[in-house]
Write a protein that binds this ligand. Sequence first.
Ligand SMILES: NC(=O)c1ccc[n+]([C@@H]2O[C@H](COP(=O)([O-])OP(=O)(O)OC[C@H]3O[C@@H](n4cnc5c(N)ncnc54)[C@H](OP(=O)(O)O)[C@@H]3O)[C@@H](O)[C@H]2O)c1
Length: 341
Amino acid sequence: MSKYQSVIAPVAALRSKKRGIVSGFFDPGTLALWHSDILTLYMKILITGSSGMLGTELCKALEGNYRTLGMDLKGPRSEGYGPQRFFEGDIAMTGDPGKVFAESGADLVIHAAAWTDVDGCELDPDRAYNVNTTGTENVCAAARDVKASVMFISTDFIFNGKKRTPYVEDDKPGPLSVYGLSKLKAEQAVAGTMERYAVVRTSWLYGKNGKNFVDTILDKASREGAVKVVQDQIGSPTYAKDLAWALKALIDAGVWEGKGVYHACNTGECSWFDLAAAAIGYAGLSDSVRMGGLTTEELGRPALRPGYSAMDNSKLQKRTGMAMRQWKEALEDYVKNDRSF
Ligand SMILES: NC(=O)c1ccc[n+]([C@@H]2O[C@H](COP(=O)([O-])OP(=O)(O)OC[C@H]3O[C@@H](n4cnc5c(N)ncnc54)[C@H](OP(=O)(O)O)[C@@H]3O)[C@@H](O)[C@H]2O)c1
């Protein structure tokens, strides 16, 4: 077999598999080998929300091994990093995902697009359900039409926060907010309609290319010299770059060929106050910034948040062999090396 043929054959095998054709020509051992190396070079992964905080990191993490396609309301942010091919589209418009997925020929859709403004969702539930739930239903319908799998990015806010040990994948959901419920309903739409899917829950994301808590605190701290931060909510902060690599590890491990729920977050837990204090420390601002604590009640936000929503990521570690970093190590890396001021 020529070098050229050895590359074409696995791609043909994947396409046949997508169409439900069982080929007697390929033996399973060889297919497994192809799947893990050569084949991945040709798999097309479409990222919804590709211009967002996670989407941008995903484009970077996947690019070397997969063909990256992106769909978002608008193109990559100027300083960001984009997919190899970008499609403008709105997941909440029934026709858009169908048109984009058909044109792109996606094998796997990482569905990261969402309306992530938790308080905004509380104040405008129609928009929240339209984007987060109906949008996900549209994504699933379009993915089924082109026989693509879906990896759906969900949230710790589907839990009610009554536990005091990290949530595992099988724990009962009980969202407290419109945002949490809109994402839980989306999870149910994925699990209820897709033959092949992964739901990946993450939490407290920060990183480049998106509005996030760490940047907000550091901006306020350096501008005003004082910050007040909530002390009675505990979770697992997660660097979007680390999450993107964890998602790649899950894809490399082939989770998109089955069904499953995974928790992917940096390891350990802390309060928003602890997170702010650590970020301020890594930015070298500890001596010049006054910090004060607040309760959730004092902050008085429209949406309720879980008091405790740390998540256990050991299922991910077992499946991929990859351990996600401790939250402090990831935060230090972001603040000292990656964050642009
Ligand atoms: N951020 C967190 O703390 C957090 C925590 C847990 C889970 N998650 C989940 O992780 C995923 C990624 O979050 P992220 O922080 O990266 O969010 P993000 O930065 O807001 O990215 C989401 C992207 O989706 C786009 N989008 C919004 N509505 C859309 C629509 N109708 N059609 C197409 N694109 C649309 C957004 O565009 P615009 O910016 O123009 O709206 C944005 O570019 C989301 O599914 C979120 O629910 C996030």
